[in-house]
Structures are given as C-alpha cells and as structure tokens.
Write a protein that binds this ligand. Structure first.
Ligand SMILES: CC(C)(COP(=O)(O)OP(=O)(O)OC[C@H]1O[C@@H](n2cnc3c(N)ncnc32)[C@H](O)[C@@H]1OP(=O)(O)O)[C@@H](O)C(=O)NCCC(=O)NCCS
Length: 179
C-alpha cells in the first residue's frame, strides 16, 4: 500500500518503490542536475546508488522524500528535512527533475503540493530552500510557488571547487492563511 500519493495536473508525487531504481538512476545521472544539488547527491549516479537511496527512504518514518512521476515513471525527486529543537517549526525543501521534463511547470506544481503537504502533515510554520545563486530556474520555481527571497548568503557554499552564494527563499504558512 502506497503511503503518500498526491495526484496533480502534470505529475504525481508519490512514495518511492523498489522498482523505481532503474529509471531513477537514468534520470539522476546528469551533471546539470548534480551541479545544482548538495554533494550528497552522487555523480555519476549508478543503479547501486538508486537502490541504496530507495532502500533507505522506504524504511523512514515519517516519510519526507518522494518521487515525482509522469505516467507512473519516476522522473525526479522532491523532499524536505524537518528540523528539531527550537527550529522544529521549520523544514528545508529540495527537488530535482530529469532534463527531458524541464520547462513544463512540473517542478513548480510538485513544490506547491509538497509545501502544503509538509505544512499540513507536520504542523510546521516555515518551509525554506537555498538554491545556488547561479540557479535562476530554481529561483523562478520558488517565486512561482509563492516563496519569498529573504537573503543572499554570500560565500556560504562550495560546489565543484567554486565558492558560491546561496539564495534563501521561504514560504510562511501564516502568510498563506491571511492572503
Ligand atoms: C530547477 C528545476 C527543478 C526546474 O524544473 P522545471 O519543471 O523545469 O521548472 P518549471 O517548468 O516549473 O519552471 C521553470 C521556470 O524557470 C525558468 N527558467 C528556466 N531556465 C532559466 C534560466 N536559465 N534563467 C531564468 N529562468 C529560467 C523557466 O522559464 C520557468 O519559468 P516561467 O514559467 O516563468 O517561464 C530543474 O531545472 C532541475 O531539476 N534542475 C537541476 C536540479 C536543481 O536545480 N534543483 C533545485 C535545487 S535548489
């Protein structure tokens, strides 16, 4: 029995399944994706990486990492990390999509749905993301989904040997209710 299934217009966001490993590796194995994510996302992305990832997420509770699927093929991933202690009202969200599916509004639709899911399921007040400053597409996705730019975190990350800035965007649940 699938634990999470959000049926949207352009895609379905659902729980990962063991049978997703092959298409996951195929879509994830792309330097243009890796360059915009944390180094924990492997490159090259092998079938073994995909199997290990799926094995670890299906055991996790609560479930916070999901597949983005089109015609039931997993073509990307989206998920959030719930924070703890005094920041237990916050979560960081992240996402990626296979390159053949870019530019169709899929990431924006998935981001809107998973932001709402995170807020409603975990009673959190804030969801945020920190795309690299060079990632104009992701900044645009966040803006389209109602996130607000809060800060440019100068020299806050190193990617591919380059010291870079990150853009901090947040979605505040209270703003949604009063809007
Ligand atoms: C970022 C990413 C998720 C976007 O997915 P997507 O489904 O193509 O996004 P959408 O179609 O919903 O929206 C993309 C928007 O960015 C815009 N865009 C794309 N490339 C752009 C660029 N180089 N400069 C400015 N805007 C750009 C598009 O025009 C579109 O905006 P519009 O609807 O106003 O025209 C996808 O490109 C990806 O997986 N990239 C690699 C991984 C990554 O960056 N993940 C996010 C880490 S924070």
């Amino acid at each position: 029995m699938e634990r999470v299934q959000l049926a949207l217009e352009r895609c379905v966001v659902r729980s990962w399944r063991p049978s997703d490993a092959e298409p996951l590796a195929r879509h994830a194995n792309n330097r243009k994706i890796w360059i915009n994510l944390r180094d924990a996302f492997p490159h090259p992305y092998t079938a073994r990486d995909a199997r290990n990832f799926i094995r670890s997420v299906v055991q996790r509770a609560p479930e916070t990492l999901f597949a983005i699927t089109v015609r039931d093929e997993p073509v990307g991933g989206i998920g959030f990390v719930l924070h703890s202690d005094v920041e237990r009202v916050s979560a960081e969200i992240g996402y990626w999509l296979g390159e053949p599916f870019w530019g169709r509004g899929i990431a924006t639709e998935a981001l809107v749905a998973v932001t709402t899911y995170a807020i409603e399921t975990h009673a959190i007040t804030r969801v945020y993301a920190v795309p690299f400053a060079w990632n104009a597409a992701s900044c645009r996705v966040l803006e389209k989904a109602g996130y607000v730019l809060e800060a440019r975190l100068r020299h806050s990350a190193v990617k591919d040997g380059q010291l870079i800035d990150q853009m901090q965007y947040a979605f505040i649940a209270a703003d949604r209710r009063t809007a």
